[in-house]
Write a protein that binds this ligand. Sequence first.
Ligand SMILES: [Zn+2]
Length: 409
Amino acid sequence: MAKEIRTVEFVVLPVTKAKASKMFQTAGACRYVWNHFREKNLADYQAFKNGKGEQPKTSYFSLGVEFTKLRRKTEWMRELPANPVKYTLKYFADALREAMEGKKGFPKPKSRKRTVPSFTIPSSCGVRIRKTNKKYSSLLIPLVGWVTLARGGGNSQEEGEPKQVVLRHDGHRWRAIVFYEVEVEERMDAGEVLGVDMNARQVATSDGDFYYLPDLEKKEKRRKWYQRKMARQVKGSSRRKDTKRKLAKVSRKIANTRKDWIHQTTKEISEKCGTVVVEDLKVKNMMASAKGTIENPGKNVRQKAGLNRAMLDTAFGKIRKNLEYKCGRVIEVNPAYTSQTCSECGHTDKENRKTQARFLCVSCGFASNADTNAAINIRRLGMAHLHGEGSGISTVPMNREIDTRLSYG
Ligand SMILES: [Zn+2]
């Protein structure tokens, strides 16, 4: 038996005013600590980047020592739960390390208005969850008290051990994302390799399966309609506030549908294989901006299409991140020509791709769904890499640590 982390998202039922205010204060303290340490480390980081000064310490432990000092002299902070507030520094340490390695820029400040209020109950606190009945459970938040959790479909991981909880406010209510450690059967198909082709409306795998994104057109239309309506309304008016609330609601529904779909799709793919091969999104983006879109090379990218592209890239990034977490390994390959190459004979020709959906090889006559054909090519490139023929392809090692960033989508 092996151990894995599975997440379950609950809605926190309304709590008393006192509890609600404590929860927001805790999230506020996390923001404060983040910004405090950000400022403290900024000068050191810049000096280090310019070749002057030592590398700032990025471990959670070293930052934790500083935190204890800060908490001791900040009176209001002492009334808030220590471990959840301190755990902000785990996220900060990760962000700082990534900045140091040049993977990302220096961590941005958190803002009262734009940052989603959230905090984490880390495993060091000992997460306590009690099952009340089929639909409800209670969660103990340190220094706040017990709150009720609800989930429509029940708790699929109640046999697991709750290790960590992320609480975040979605603008409407609090949600609790619980990280369960569960015992799972060893994978039988760890050696299986699947190629994955990502598109705007579906994901295709090299074994011929498709995962279609639920139709969001109606909701997208309604969102646009509210956006336009709001733009016409007087700022500060109650009608505008009403529209704003409805807009937020439909946006939330769209986001949740996408999120559920990504979770479900990546879960099903990960159950079939131990290694997935995907296109390198950075290269894909570069190709997309240079040539219109991959699907329609040569077409100019209009401003509006560019916006949709950005949304799409975020979705692809999330799928990739989820696959990385759920499968053993992710291999990235150069996506050039994967849609124009025949997966049977290797003939590469623009003419092979007569329409968006169909692939018909002009050389050998092989016919297939265009995305399945692309997924098979992607898989082949990944296999070449596995057998040491590839170069410049990055693989991502197995990572089954609790990665809370996953749930921040
Ligand atoms: Zn062919």
